[in-house]
Design a protein around this ligand. Sequence first.
Ligand SMILES: *Cc1c(COP(=O)(O)O)cnc(C)c1O
Length: 395
Amino acid sequence: MPTPNNAVSKSEISSVPLLDVGRGNLPLKEEIMESFSQIFDSGRFIGGPHCQSLEQSVAQHCETEFAVGCASGSDALLLALMAIGIEAGDEVILPSFTFFATASAVTRLGGTPVFVDIDPQTFNLDAAAIERAITRRTKAIIPVHLFGQCCDMQPIMDLANHHELEVIEDCAQSIGANYNGKPAGSIGRMGCFSFYPTKNLGGMGDGGMLTTNDPQIADRLRLLANHGMRPRYYHQEIGINSRLDSLQAAVLGAKMKHLDTWSEQRKENAARYQKLMIENGLVDQVILPSANSNSRHVWNQYTIRIPNGWRDNVRQQMTDMNVGTEIYYPIPLHQQVCFSYLDIDKSTLSHTAQAGNEVLSLPIFPELTAAEQEHVVKCLSSAMQAQTTQYRMAS
Ligand SMILES: *Cc1c(COP(=O)(O)O)cnc(C)c1O
């Protein structure tokens, strides 16, 4: 059973989950069930009015002309690369410090992922590193707006324009974020979104969407996501089956209305962590995440760094104290077995490797209570204390 909000006094907290999707979904249960019932009766399970209206509200929220639903964030990335014609021999520049799907979309089309390093402050792509990686074969850049914060897009767009490269934004973790006022997904040629349950707009299964201002691209995405078929059983090109289903669209439509409130709550939770970490003297021991001042961070994750090789022990202790944490991501993509065939100069990815050893994500979901956050910070503090004591004894 999820802990009811505010119903538990501080001293009674004995566990805090990393994420409790039930707390966000439960208040919407009746509304969602009602739309499920409508869909049941309609017999229309793929596409339909719920999908159209979700596309409209995502496009509106992202300030783009078009939004096209698909089956997942992974497929959104794949479709985006198909739409710009990525094929064997093409290079696509992307971070190594991201979820696997950003890179697998490239390799599925025969393209070569070219991993570049991150800015250690934001965990996002470093424009100078991108510039060094550009070759005659480079066709596109995939900036990943990691943990809910946009990449520094101006220098990336300048580079892309100068070298005539396509920019596909991976917005899986950043719906609602903006960069200097421009929404994530409205800056590059396309934005790719995921509705996986752990994302800021999470469905009850898989789902995804693409945003774009280009009418030809929008049309091509629709074609590619439906077997390249137009009209029925006449195939213009080789597409895939990647459609958004009505039940997911209904859930997401109900949740979309609360997205801004939830983003605001995540932001408040991030501010509260910062305050608590300062109060508990943790700022000298761990590195807190930073948010760029002119942009809107939507805090899909609250990711701290724990240096000195202490991260895994600290995490274990927090697990023992029933505090949920996660490591996004323990093995950067350039170190994955499946990419060992690529010719990678690992010395160019030192910030990425270090992040993989130091990051730890704490609970930050919107319904998390202040008392729970205090508990998380208290547990972190005691785990850090234990490490310090151990370190002193050993030296
Ligand atoms: C979740 C995620 C994806 C993939 O989305 P799915 O909907 O799970 O396929 C891609 N990129 C990033 C950065 C993600 O976090």
